[in-house]
Write a protein that binds this ligand. Sequence first.
Ligand SMILES: Cc1cc2nc3c(=O)[nH]c(=O)nc-3n(C[C@H](O)[C@H](O)[C@H](O)COP(=O)(O)OP(=O)(O)OC[C@H]3O[C@@H](n4cnc5c(N)ncnc54)[C@H](O)[C@@H]3O)c2cc1C
Ligand code: FES
Length: 1210
Amino acid sequence: MTLIYSFSHHTANACLFPVCALHHVAVTTVEGIGNTKSRLHPAQERIAKSHGSQCGFCTPGIVMSMYTLLRNKPEPKMEDIEDAFQGNLCRCTGYRPILEGYRTFAKVMMSSSLFNSSEFQPLDPTQEPIFPPELMSNKQQKQLCFKGERVMWIQPTTLKELVALKSQYPNAKLVVGNTEVGIEMRLKNMLYPVIIAPAWISEMNAVQHTETGVTFGAACTLSSVEEVLRKVVAELPPYKAEVFQAVLEQLRWFAGPQIRNVAALGGNIMTASPISDLNPVLMASGIIHLPLISPCSTEGKRTITMDEKFFTGYRKTIVKPEEILLSVEIPYSKKKYFPQASRREDDIAIVTCGMRVLFQDGTNRVEEIKLSYGGMAPTTVLALKTCKELTGRDWNEKLLQDACRLLAGEMDLSPSAPGGMVDFRRTLTLSFFFKFYLTVLQKLSKNYNGTVSAAREGRFGEGGPVCTVPDSCVLLQEVPRGQAVEDMVGRPLMHVSAAKQACGEAVYCDDIPHYENELYLTLVTSTKAHAKILSVDASEAQSVPGFVCFVSAKDVPGSNITGIANDETVFAEDVVTCVGHIIGAVLADTQEHSRRAAKVVKIKYEELKPIVTIQEAIEKQSFLKSIKRINKGDVKKGFEESDHILEGEMYLGGQEHFYLETHCTLAVPKGEDGEMELFVSTQNPMKTQEFAANALGVPSNRIVVRVKRMGGGFGGKETRNTILTTAVAVAAFKTGRPVRCMLDRDEDMLISGGRHPFLGRYKVGFMKNGKVKSLEVSYYGNGGNSVDLSYGVTLLHLDNSYNIPNVSSVGIVCKTNLPSNTAFRGFGGPQGMMIAECWMSDLARKCGLPPEEVRKLNLYHEGDLTHFNQKLEGFTLRRCWDECLSSSSYHVFWSCLVTGCTSLVHVYTDGSVLLTHGGTEMGQGLHTKMIQVASRSLGIPTSNIYISETSTNTVPNTSPTAASVSADINGMAVHNACQTILKRLEPIKQSNPKGSWEDWIKAAYENCVSLSATGIPDLGYDFEKNEGKPFCYFSYGVACSEVEIDCLTGDHKNIRTDIVMDVGTSLNPAIDIGQIEGAFVQGLGLFTMEELRYSPEGNLYTRGPGMYKIPAFGDIPTEFYVSLLRDCPNSKAVYSSKAVGEPPLFLSASVFYAIKDAIYSARKDSGLTEPFRLDSPATPERIRNACVDIFTKMCPSAEPGTFKPWSVRV
Ligand SMILES: Cc1cc2nc3c(=O)[nH]c(=O)nc-3n(C[C@H](O)[C@H](O)[C@H](O)COP(=O)(O)OP(=O)(O)OC[C@H]3O[C@@H](n4cnc5c(N)ncnc54)[C@H](O)[C@@H]3O)c2cc1C
Ligand code: FES
C-alpha cells in the first residue's frame, strides 16, 4: 500500500476552499511572494513587464498559477505553462502577452519588441519561502471540530473515527474537495448542519496496485489520480492500460488544475451528476468495484459495482446516505469515450460517453459491447438495448447503420429536456459512435489482438482539438528618429499600475478597509419577469443575527424614479418588469448575515404575461420610443436595376460583460447637510453622482464619487452600476452608517443586462459581379425593460465598409421583460456590421465568386460619402487590406463621437505633478497614456507625474469613459491644461533659461503664479434629414482568420489570425496592441462561444462561468499576428493618435465567417450549395446542426409550437 502524501504546491480556488480545511496546510498568496517595496517575484515581474496585466483583477490568480508551477517545476515546458492556466480567465488581455511573458521561463527563444527579457530577474528557486517547520511535525493529528453559527465541521484523522462520527450523525455530509457541496451551499441555498471531512484519513487517500487493477482511496484528488495513472500507463502494456488512458484523456477535459487539485474521485462518483465526465467512462469500463462502509448496518461493509443499477435518479445512487465510499477499483482493460464540450478548458461537458467493445477471439464478431452516455438523461445511462442488438454481430457498415438507428431511438430526448440543445445532443450520440466505429475498424484492420478498443478520430486526430502553444508576433510603429529618449509618447511604457496589480497591492473598490460601523447590503430582487407585487414580508429576515433593516421604495428620500430616460425605479414599487428587478435590500452587520436575511424575505406576486423575445415584441409591437431611420438614394430603383435579390435574416445573441470585478459600491455618509462619499466601480462618475443626488433629494454638490480603478468595465459600468449605487446610497442615508455591497457573479449577471441581442432582416439587390446596388434592412434590438443607452449607433454601421448606393434602414428597440441591456464595447456597431457581413457573404456565394473578391469590389474609396453622408477622408482601409490580404480577409471601420471632458493639473513646489482627468481607469491604460501626454506636454519625465483617482470633486461633469474616445478627449484636455501652465511659466523660464523644472516651479510659487490649471478639449447628426457629422474620424482595421471545424462534434479550432490596424500614431503601442488583442478575443467570445440562455419565462440560466463560457487561454488563435499600420497620423486627435478600445472587437467576425465558409464546404459534401442561415454565436451546437449529414437527418427537430422549449432565443 502506498500513501499519497507529498510535499508539493497546489493551486486552489479561494472561494471554494473551506477555511476549516486549511488546518496544517501552508497557504501562499500573491502578497507573500513579492512586493513593490522590496522585490517582485519573477512571476510578478514578467507578467507586468510583458504587458500581461490590464485591469489587473485576474493578475494575482494568474501569477499564483505560474508561481505554483515554478515551485513544482522550476524549468517548465511551454505545455506545462498552458496546462497551469486552464482554470484562469482574463477578460482584458487576450492572453497573448501573458503567455509571451511567461514563455521566458520555458526558455523558448523569442524576440519581443514590447519588452526586453534580458532585464528580467532570473528565477532562483533557492530564494523561495520554505515550508513552515511548525507544520512539518510528524505528530499524529487530532480530530478537529469547528462550530459555526449554523454548521459544525468535523475533521477525523482515522477511519475508525470517521465510522463513529457517521454512526453518530448518519445524515452528516462528507466533504472532500467541496467543489460540489460548496456550490450547493453557496448558490443552491442548501444547508448541511454537520460536515465531516475525511481528507486526512490515510485509507481514503491510499493507492493500491492489485492483480486486477488500481484501487484509489475515495478521497484521492483527481490530480493525484492523474499522476498515478500516468506512471502506470507508462509501465503497462498498452492493451492493459486502455481504461487508464481513457480516464486520463477525460481528466484532461476536467475543469482546471485548481479544481482537480482538490476535487476527489469519490466526490465525482457520489455527486452522480448526469454530465459527470468520469462516470460514463467508468461505467463502460467493465466492472468497477466500490467498497462501502455502512456504520449503521450490522455487516459494516459491502461492495457494489458501478453498473446500470448504480444511478437511481437525478443525482441519486444506490449508496445509502449514511454509507461511506471507501475506494474505487479501476480495472486493467480497455475502453475509450468521446467527450464533447462547448469549451476545451474548465468546462462541464454537454454529452459525454464511454464505449467499449470486446471481440470473439480471432474474429470481427462482437462478444461484448458497452455504450454509456452522460448528458442524455437525468443519470449516466447505458444504451442497453443497442448493446444487446449489436452483440454477436460483425463489425461492419451494416452494424454501423443499425447501431445509429438503434441509438437514435434509445438515446431520445424530449424536445423540452432540461439543458436544451436537444437535436445537437442526440446527433452527438451518433457522431461519437461513428468515431468509435471508425477507430475500432482501423484497429481491427491492423489485427489489433481482437480486444476492446476505441480511439478518438476525426479531423483533430487523437484527443480532439488540442491547445498548442500560440505563436504570436506584434509589429509596432517605431518612434521617429531623433525623438528624445525621455519623451515617452509612442513608446511601449508599462501600464503604470501593472506591478502593483501583479503583487496584489492595487486597491479596488472592495479592498477599501472596512469602516468601524459599516453595514453590508444584499439586494432582494424579483423572481418573476413581469408581475404585480402583492406583498413584501421581511419579518423572517429580522430573526437572522446581525439584521439591521430592510430598505425599500418608501425609504427613498428623494425621487424613486431614475435611469437615463427616467423610466426606471431605485426600488420597484407596484410592478416588476424583469427577473432581477430590485425590490428592496437587507442591511446587516456582515455579508453572510445580510445574504441569509435577504434569502428569507418573502414576496407575493400576481404574475402578468411577460414579453421575453424579439419575436414576441414584434408580434405585440412592444417597442421603446423613437424608431430611427436612415435613407439614401432610391432603393426601389436600385432593386429594379439589380440582377439578383437576396432576402434573409440573422440573429445575434447578446453578451455578458463578465468584467472580473463585479459591481461594487461603498457609501459613506458624512453626517452633515446630506454629504456622502461614494466609492464606486464605475465608468461614469458624473451620472453616478447625479442619480445618487436625485434619489437622496440633495444637490449634486453634496455627493462625491471616487473611482480609483475598475477590474474591467467594457460598457457594463457606464450606467448600470447606478442601479446598485443608488440603492446603497439610500441605505447609507437611512441608517447614517457606511454601507458596502459587491455583487456576487450570479447576481451581477442576473441584474445588470449586457450587449443587446439583435435580429436583422435584409433584402439586398446586386449585380452578377457582386456589386451591391440596393439595401433594405431592419434591425431589432432587445432593449430589455428600460431605455438606458439603447439608441446606440447600429444604423450608422449597417454598411460596415461597403459603398451601398441606395439604402433604406430602420432601427427598432424592443421593450421586453429582461434586465435593461446597455453599452458594451462596440456599442451596437458590431451587430450592425455583422449583419452587413452576413448578406455580403451570402451574395458572394450566390454569385459563385470568392467572398474576398466581392468584398473588395464593394469597399469604399477615399472621398466617398457614407450612407449617412459623411465624407471619408484619410481612408487607410485599402492599405490595411493590402497588408493583411495574404489569405482570406475581412474588415471593419469604426468611428468616434466627441463629448466634453476636463482635466486638472496641479504642480507642487517639489516639481511633482498630480494629474486628474475625467476618464476612469478600467485596465485600458488610460492613466498611463495620459501621463505620457502630460510628460511630453510639460517636457518632464513620466516619473514626476501621478494619477491618484478620478473623482467628481476634482473634475466635475465628466463624460463616461466609453465609446473609445477617452484618450482623445481627456488627452486633449490634459494637453491644454499643461499648455496653460507652461504659458504661465514662460516669463520665469525666459529669466532663467538654464534652470530646471524644479527651479521654475519654485520661482513660480514665490511669484504667486498659479500652478494649477484645468483644460478642456477644443458634431451633431440629424437622423431625419440624414445630415451632419456623427463622427470626428474613422478607424480602420483588417483581419484574416483561418479555422478548422470538426463536422461531427461542431468543435472548432482557431488556427491563425492576422490583424492590421490603423491606430494613427500610437501613443503607446504596447497598450494599443493589448487593446486590439483583448477586443479581438472578447469578440471571439461574442461570435463563437458566449451564449446567454433564458427560460421562456425570462429567467436567466447562465449565471456564472460554469454555464457561460468566455474565451480561455486555449481559445486564442494558435498563430496570432498583430501589426499597427505605419505612417498614418490622425490630425484630429491628441498627438495624431486614434481610438483603439472598441474597433478591433469586430475583427473577430473574421473567425465567424471562416467557420461559415468551412460549413459551406462540409455541406457541399452533402450536396447542399445554397446559402444557409448561421446565427451568432457559432457554437458547437450551431456548427454541428449546420453540417447536415445522415446523423442530423436521423435526429429531426420537433415541430416548433408542439412543445415548450427549455430555453428561448431572446
Ligand atoms: C469550476 C468547477 C468545474 C467543474 N468541472 C467539472 C468537470 O469538468 N467534469 C465533472 O465531471 N465535474 C466537474 N465539476 C464538479 C465537481 O468538481 C466534481 O464532481 C468533483 O469530483 C467533486 O469532488 P469533491 O471532492 O469536490 O466533492 P465534494 O463537493 O466534497 O462532495 C461531493 C459529493 O460527494 C459526496 N462524497 C464525497 N466523498 C464521499 C465518500 N467518500 N463517500 C460518500 N459520499 C461522498 C459528498 O457528500 C457530496 O455529496 C466542476 C466543479 C466546479 C466547481
Ligand atoms: S487584466 Fe485580466 S481580467 Fe483584466
